[in-house]
Unconditional design. Sequence first.
Length: 314
Amino acid sequence: MKPHCSPQHVASRIVVVVLFILVATAISWSQSARFLVLSDWGGFGSNDQKSVAAAMGKEASRIKAQFVLTAGDNYHGDGIASADDVRWKTEYEDVYAAPSLQIPWYPSLGNHDNVGSASAEILYSTRSKRWKFPSRYYAHEEPIDQKERLLIIHLDTSPFVGEYLNARDDKYHLKGQDSKKQVRWLDSVLSVSHARWTLVVGHHPIYSAAPKHGDTKELIGSVLPILQKYHVPLYVCGHDHVLQHLKDGSMDFFVCGGGAETREAGNRADVVYSEGKLGFLSVSVTMDKLKVNYVGVDDNVLHSAEISAPRRSK
């Protein structure tokens, strides 16, 4: 004879199962850092910029993103004029208005930002609850779980580039910017870090196969050796308006310059993935794995990569 289960008993069991799933999901979310990365997104409020922003809103909601990183060219053209410029509203606040994007944004400077007022972008941190930009280059740690941390380092790469340093009339406003001092700072931050993961963000690519700009020889000569010295697993950038994943030795390089427009992507032996499409990065980090998805404007995953955590030193 089959045991009889009352409707109340069945309902209570369903509630228990649902609660178990919710708790398990919450624990899973709490044991990872989840964020988006965007670059070259200063699109003057264009339809392409808005389509990327809409996809970002959906993806941020889906993964419960905790923050957004930018790799520069937050404002194209001549950059931003002041912290009160109307472009803050028309090209940032009104475009990235999804509730899921009302989270901390940690920007980096690009060459167009330096043509404008970099100090205005820093000052806007006092106007906005979500814009977190303390200085031209900086570092912050984000929790992965109750114990492990993710170290994120933002570089100001324009002062490394000879073309900008030698520009007429100091077009990029780089007088007084010391790239050697920035390298020493980078070395000092990495030398004392105990973070489980380290991610470095800069506007200019170290490596890129795109024909418009490509590799940045100054970064290969000065920044890359420091990243290799401390076994940094990945570098994220923009400048080339493409989506591109490259690999050199144990390092991965992610170009995500499709925030508002596209260009020819190019290809070569060190390229894992390359497309001239609009899109951004969606990243999740656990103690053992870091997963990167290139997400397009149709909310589809264009390319996915998974990186294993570096071995702990004894």
